[in-house]
Design a protein around this ligand. Structure first.
Ligand code: ATP
Length: 201
């Protein structure tokens, strides 16, 4: 199984890209969704988080209070590292399990914070979605109904563009319209299908 790691900053268009691979029959495993599964009530990682960060990171029904935890670790790098130490090993195990079940020639593993987490060992190639910062801010403000200050704050907490691009085997320049994006994904799909077939020989 050829595993393509898909990454990119917030608002770059990762979902727009992964949706277009999915439409072509390529399985998409999203590590953000795996992380959500891992903190469902009853999961060991949720208990570990509550033990580490205190019961107020859970709501009245015992579910993770995401906003509270996010606020807590946003300005606290040590806290963020403790949270990652709980979640990342579980994400790796779950991602490998899900990939092992697949039968397609290749799959996408979406790792938004690939440059920050060093999860590159999970993937064979890295596909970076890139778009100009001003465009990303505009898209995120429109999609999430947040103001420019909030959008810039999120961007500033992520790896910078050069760090991400340094990891790239392939790049999607998503600065134009969705028709152009679709065309680029079609080209990449052919490229990855060929690579997967060559590896299988
Ligand atoms: P996040 O990191 O927040 O998950 P993302 O990288 O997955 O973001 P998307 O959700 O795919 O980004 O894109 C952000 C917004 O911009 C979405 O509303 C999407 O529909 C829109 N968008 C993405 N690419 C384009 C494009 N080429 N033209 C117009 N709109 C776009």
């Amino acid at each position: 199984m050829l595993v393509i790691g898909l990454t990119g900053g917030i608002g770059s268009g990762k979902t727009a890209v992964s949706d277009r691979f999915a439409r072509r029959g390529i399985p998409v495993i999203d590590t953000d969704l795996l992380a959500r599964e891992l903190v469902e009530p009853g999961q060991p990682a949720l208990a570990d988080i509550a033990a580490e960060f205190g019961p107020d990171c859970l709501d009245d029904e015992g579910r993770l209070h995401r906003a509270r935890l996010r606020e807590r670790v946003f300005a606290d790098p040590a806290g963020r590292r403790r949270l990652e130490a709980i979640l990342h090993p579980c994400i790796r195990v779950l991602a490998r399990e899900r990939i092992a079940r697949l039968t397609t020639p290749y799959c996408l593993l979406v790792i938004p914070l690939l440059a920050e987490t060093g999860m590159t060992d999970l993937v064979d190639r890295v596909l970076v979605v890139d778009a100009p910062e001003a465009e990303r801010i505009r898209r995120v403000m429109a999609r999430d109904r947040i103001d420019e200050t909030q959008a810039r704050r999120i961007l500033a907490a992520q790896a910078d563009r050069d760090q991400r691009l340094a990891l790239a085997d392939e790049i999607v320049e998503n600065a134009s319209d969705l028709a152009a994006l679709d065309h680029r994904v079609a080209t990449l799909h052919r490229h990855y299908s060929t690579l997967a077939a060559t590896r299988a020989c």
